[in-house]
Design a protein around this ligand. Structure first.
Ligand code: GLV
Length: 321
């Protein structure tokens, strides 16, 4: 390969999106050889030649055959799948897409979750389905506190947007913040988790899935939340012990949950979460990977790669994100 003619494999479960990405990359790198795959079988044709893999939802076995691979650029922000994959050699660079490319829509999703919970939109819809005119009380968001767990690029935008609709915000992050998040309070480290959770009417999870965050919301932590709190998860399903979540909702400890992510995706039809009251489930759609928004980052990184400059969004495997 020469620097401006890399072999790139673009992988996505969505063909239209993958083709659009190919077109956008091809416009800027006309000499690059770009393969598009939406299945493991299609990817196999490119696997041994691809030097760069760009995409989302890579089949894990794909990396058993990627002999020329030097760099994986995730189309999204989460990288836990490639970090945990033993088939990805340790010297392969992993980069993620900056949260700015997806934060706006994720914030909209979180705002809708808060509003729907307080305005009891589900109940209204159920009554409508039954053609029943039956008044019910809605509650204000004013006076509520929302805790944003994970104040990275996406979480910080969500926190600002939530604050802008008059909700008190507190934040939590893994490590001591390197910058000021005023005007809201930021807790850090596992020892501060209980203090962070205690005042929250809404708990918003925007964390990456790592060894430290897996199962963060469990029986013990849920016992310490404010009774009737609502959980919103736009991070990863593995952050939550789903059995404990269901129990907390059944007992009234939580009033409900809005889940864009689940431990197992797609969520199996027989899963109890589908039948748990006051749970809204969406199929991992809160942070859409719009080619026009995410590909420019890849193109900028491709230029750096070709110029042998350091890549942006490089993942620290020891931190897990
Ligand atoms: C979406 O889940 C992402 O990782 O960007």
């Amino acid at each position: 390969m020469t620097a401006d003619t890399p072999v790139i494999l673009i992988f996505s479960g969505d063909r239209a999106s993958a083709e659009r990405c190919r077109a956008l990359v091809g416009e800027r790198f006309p000499r690059a050889e770009i393969g598009v795959a939406t299945t493991q079988d299609e990817a196999a044709a490119w696997a041994d030649r691809a030097e760069i893999a760009y995409g989302w939802g890579f089949p894990p076995e794909l990396f058993a055959r990627t002999r020329s691979l030097r760099w994986i650029q995730k189309m999204g922000a989460g990288v836990e799948d490639v970090i945990a994959n033993p088939l990805v050699p340790h010297d392969v660079l992993i980069t993620r897409t900056p949260g700015a490319a997806i934060a706006a829509t994720m914030s909209d999703y979180v705002l809708a979750s808060l509003l729907n919970a307080k305005l009891r939109t589900r109940l209204g819809f159920e009554l409508q389905q039954a053609r029943k005119w039956s008044e019910y009380a809605v509650e204000p968001l004013e006076g509520c506190t929302a805790g944003v767990a994970g104040l990275g690029e996406i979480g910080a935008v969500i926190a600002e947007r939530v604050r802008a609709i008059g909700v008190e915000v507190v934040g939590w992050r893994r490590s001591r913040p390197s910058r000021e998040y005023a005007p809201y309070r930021v807790f850090h480290g596992p020892e501060a988790l209980a203090d962070f959770l205690a005042p929250c009417d809404f708990i918003i999870l925007v964390l990456p899935l790592t060894d430290e965050t897996r199962g963060l919301i469990n029986r013990r932590t849920l016992a310490g939340v404010r009774r009737g709190a609502h959980l919103v998860n736009v991070g990863r399903g593995g952050l939550v012990d789903e059995t404990a979540l269901i129990e907390a909702i059944q007992s009234g400890q939580l009033s409900g949950a809005t889940l864009d992510v689940c431990e197992t995706e797609p969520l199996p039809p027989e899963h109890l979460l589908w039948r748990t009251p006051n749970v809204t489930i969406t199929p991992h759609v809160a942070g859409p990977l719009v080619p026009e928004k995410v590909v420019p980052h890849f193109i900028a990184n491709l230029r750096r790669y070709a110029a042998r400059q350091p890549l942006r969004g490089l993942v620290d495997r020891t931190h897990g994100y």
